[in-house]
Design a protein around this ligand. Structure first.
Ligand SMILES: Nc1ncnc2c1ncn2[C@@H]1O[C@H](COP(=O)(O)OP(=O)(O)OP(=O)(O)O)[C@@H](O)[C@H]1O
Ligand SMILES: [Mg+2]
Length: 440
């Protein structure tokens, strides 16, 4: 393709040659006239396209190329190519920007961008939720005007952002505990990152409570034991008194052992993988044993009935299931006064099977029910201690049933009695009596 200069040179030469020929063949005046007319036509053509180009540049229409011959056709074509390349570049930058924004939005942390005046330029959705900010409404507002928490204001003014700060009671709709850190970047701009540590904080609090509870529970029998030891060592005791003290000491060590055993059971339940579904628990045998053990504990003080209405067996861990069932039955025996009735039922439901223990005991006030499965939670501490309870039983029941994908239900009416039930779904049940033989 010819260059623009070559084309211009070619046109000028053509006008010159034509004018010279006309001048030579007709007259010199005709030659000059031809040159003036040709140049005039050329000039008008150039001016017309120049004005067209000027209009086009002022109000560009995407994708539209004016048609023209020669140099102007070439100019329009090149301009069109250039704008298309720019447009593609703009689209690519825009897409990159969108991807970047989406990536920051997908991050589980809050991100706030501040300019050199500490005004908010942008924030992601998590930052919105964490700090109660609105990316549009609060844009270009000074951050200390919209986030007025004194600890945060001090932190931002301190200009030392090496460590994060922890802010509690944050958020509008949810209560967050946040770790917040500022990262300066660019030219005096700042990035605020927030991380939701509510769950970690809760777990920490639970751990602290747990350690305090364990220490407290072990401290009581230990103090009693130390007192008895001192008495036995320092006083001249008759053999009968000595035996009595030794027996009381053995009760306290037994109590400590129960606590430690229950804690170990819980730790094992938490740490072990879920029981496999390859083992069927022979329910008829297990229920018979349960009834005998309950009668042993009751010593004839209660009327205990066992109703087995289904031949379904549970697929899971026998020792775990027994400890869950026995805690429910033993609780009923322990907390139901003499002469009370305890009914143990194993039956089918629409979606599986249910093990229930119903007693005519004192019942449980509504506010205690959701807390029964907390470790060491006892309604009446002194009474529970009298009966040897540590308050870990229901926590174990809850863990066991969760590990078998089942559900624990507690219904109770104060003064009338309680019903504790464990519901198992079909996936954890089998009615095939010979399953174990088949699997082994
Ligand atoms: N059938 C029931 N009737 C009335 N209160 C009950 C009954 N079962 C449980 N509770 C209350 O729930 C509390 C928690 O029971 P949980 O089995 O967890 O602990 P515990 O029986 O005191 O001790 P542990 O089972 O660890 O030996 C008991 O202390 C008791 O106050
Ligand atoms: Mg118990």
């Amino acid at each position: 393709m010819l260059s623009l200069q070559t084309r211009l040179f070619f046109i000028a030469t053509l006008v010159l040659v034509i004018s010279w020929l006309v001048g030579d063949l007709v007259s010199s005046t005709a030659g000059w006239l031809t040159a003036v007319i040709c140049l005039g036509v050329l000039l008008a053509y150039q001016l017309w396209h120049a004005s067209k180009l000027s209009k086009l540049l002022l109000t560009p229409k995407h994708g539209e190329i004016p048609r023209a011959m020669g140099i102007w056709g070439e100019i329009y074509y090149r301009l069109h190519k250039l704008t298309r390349a720019w447009r593609d570049q703009v689209i690519e930058v825009e897409q990159q920007h969108q991807r970047f924004i989406q990536a920051i939005q997908a991050s589980p942390n809050g991100v706030v961008m501040l300019n050199e005046e500490d005004q908010m330029e942008w924030c992601n959705a998590f930052a919105g939720a964490h700090f109660g900010l609105n990316a549009r409404r609060d844009a270009m507002q000074r951050i200390t005007h919209i986030l007025r928490k004194p600890a945060f204001v001090q932190y931002i003014l301190r200009q030392n952002y090496r460590d994060p700060i922890r802010l509690t009671n944050m958020g509008l709709f949810e209560e967050y505990t946040l770790d917040v850190q500022i990262f300066p970047y660019g030219d005096k701009q700042k990035l605020i990152l927030s991380q939701d540590v509510s769950q970690i904080e809760k777990t920490d609090a639970m751990r602290r409570d747990f350690v305090a509870n364990v220490s407290h529970e072990l401290k009581t029998p230990l103090t009693v034991l130390a007192g008895f030891l001192e008495t036995v060592q320092e006083l001249e005791l008759s053999p009968e008194d000595r035996d009595r003290y030794l027996e009381l000491m053995s009760i306290q060590t037994g109590r400590m052992k129960t606590i430690v055993d229950d804690l170990l059971t819980l730790a094992k339940l938490e740490g072990n993988p879920e029981p496999p579904i390859s083992q069927a628990i022979p329910m008829a045998k297990l229920l018979e044993k349960l009834k005998l053990d309950a009668e042993g504990l009751s010593q004839g003080q209660h009327q205990i009935t066992l109703t087995n209405r289904t031949d379904k067996n549970i697929l899971g861990d026998e020792a775990e299931m027994y400890s869950a069932f026995s805690n429910l039955v033993f609780n009923a025996v322990r907390y139901t006064p003499e002469g009370g009735k305890i009914d143990v039922v194993w039956e089918n439901t629409d979606h599986g099977a249910e093990f229930s223990v119903t007693d005519t005991g004192p019942g449980i006030a509504e506010e205690h029910i959701p807390r029964l499965t907390e470790r060491f939670y006892r309604i009446d501490r002194s009474r529970s201690r009298e009966t040897g309870g540590t308050g870990l039983g229901m926590a174990i029941v809850k863990h066991v049933i969760n590990r078998h994908q089942g559900e624990l239900k507690i219904q109770s009416v104060l003064g009338e009695g309680s019903r504790f039930s464990l519901i198992l779904t079909k996936s954890r049940l089998s009615s095939d009596k010979n399953l174990n033989e088949k699997l082994n």
